[in-house]
Design a protein around this ligand. Structure first.
Ligand SMILES: Cc1ncc(COP(=O)(O)O)c(C=O)c1O
Length: 387
């Protein structure tokens, strides 16, 4: 029996609280979930038609390990078109089975046991867990009061084991974006200490301000040490398709390809071909505009709603589809975990405790507005006021 025990590495990571809340809420009548981060905007018709056509036409086999030519060329073209960024499709792009797999390949390919991985606090809960699975040691970078990375004393996070720094904006869970000026000291830190930058830009098309998204790789000194990690889950509303990519220096991408070949061997073939063609069409641009406009309308309403509750204060997220209100409104409230439980038990609303995303998330709840209607936002606020 003892040999049936799980491997030690699994004991070092906590399960995903978001996935647990997601399963728990399934099938309970009247539950409104602001839990999981997926957009409910219908996937573009042209893209669905194209993947169905490809599958019916027989595109159902393994693809080359780095991805199909159509996909890699499409990704390189879109990066050139939108960001004037050059990637050689033959050597600098790897199709992955999701953003999560891109991150996993990168960490597994570059982190040795004991290497330190700098992670913004708070951030996507998969970062510290995957860093630990790779044998690394997560190091939280403290936030400013707006919950952006505090760049006033970055050197304090550096040791002789520092190896990787992870960036993510628009941010899950805070919705903050970063300007070139804010990023400069971080890129300088990476250059001065020879760190690899993993930049997770999966919410690049979900920005509500007039700012254009910035590719970290375009900043001075960044390109040769930066792996761009991306996904179509949010951009094209296809989280079930599991398709993403990594792009970066060819020597680094070739190491990731080696890792990827022993994890999934290749990303889904028909989806690669359909998306590779789609992302440089006018339908893609129209769709991403609709995505942004729809999410922005919900964002304005949810922020207003939270701020109308005594003891709740909510900043306007600049992007992504999460609000991260600060909460002090409940008399029995001690931790955001307990408050999230109480709200679920009493009012059947799923809100994720902020501590899922790092220690500085205490006192916050994360509300995804990816999959709720404007009417449901009214209903949520009504129920919270009755708590
Ligand atoms: C910041 C961030 N990165 C990556 C992902 C992973 O996306 P996927 O694995 O669906 O491509 C998510 C999903 O929620 C996310 O929030």
């Amino acid at each position: 029996m003892t040999k049936m025990k799980n491997a030690e590495r699994l004991n070092r990571i906590a399960p995903s609280g978001i996935r647990q809340l997601f399963s728990r809420a399934q099938g309970i009548p009247g539950v409104i979930s602001l839990g999981i981060g997926q957009p409910n905007i219908p996937t573009p018709n042209g893209l669905i038609d194209s993947v169905v056509r490809l599958i019916k036409g027989g595109d159902n086999y393994y693809s080359p390990t780095p991805g199909t030519k159509t996909f890699r060329e499409g990704v390189a073209e879109q990066n050139k078109r939108d960001y004037n960024l050059d990637y050689d499709p033959n050597t600098q792009v790897l199709a992955t089975a999701s953003g999560c797999e891109a991150l996993y390949c990168a960490l597994m390919a570059f982190v040795d046991p004991g290497d330190e991985v700098l992670i913004p606090d708070p951030s996507f809960l998969t970062y510290p867990r995957q860093a630990i699975l790779a044998g690394g040691v997560p190091v939280w970078m403290k936030p400013t009061k707006e919950l952006k990375i505090d760049t006033s004393n970055l050197q304090e996070y550096i040791s002789d084991r520092s190896k990787v720094i992870i960036l993510n904006f628009p941010s899950n869970p805070t919705g903050e974006i970063m300007t070139a000026a804010e990023l400069k000291p971080i890129v300088d830190l990476a250059v001065d200490n020879d760190l690899i930058i993993l930049t997770d830009e999966v919410y690049e098309k979900c920005i509500f301000t007039d700012d254009n998204h910035i590719r970290v790789s375009n900043l001075n000194g960044a390109y040769e040490r930066t792996l761009l990690l991306n996904s179509f889950s949010k951009t094209l509303c296809v989280p079930g398709w599991r398709l993403g990519y990594a792009a970066g220096p060819k020597e680094m991408i070739s190491q990731m390809i080696k890792m990827h070949s022993f994890i999934v061997a290749n990303a889904p073939t028909a989806q690669q071909n359909a998306i590779g063609d789609f992302i440089n069409t006018s339908e893609f641009d129209e769709f991403t505009k609709k995505l942004r406009d729809t999410l922005k309308e919900r964002m304005i309403k949810i922020v207003k709603g939270f701020n109308s509750i005594n003891g709740v204060s909510c900043r306007k997220p600049e992007g992504s589809f999460y609000a991260f209100p600060r909460v002090t409104f409940h008399k029995d409230y001690t931790t955001s975990n307990e408050l999230s439980e109480e709200i679920f038990e009493k009012q059947k609303i799923v809100l994720v405790p902020g501590t899922e995303f790092g220690p500085s998330g205490e006192g916050h709840l994360r509300a995804s507005f990816g999959s709720i209607s404007l009417n449901q936002i009214d209903e949520v606020m009504q129920r919270l006021k009755e708590l």
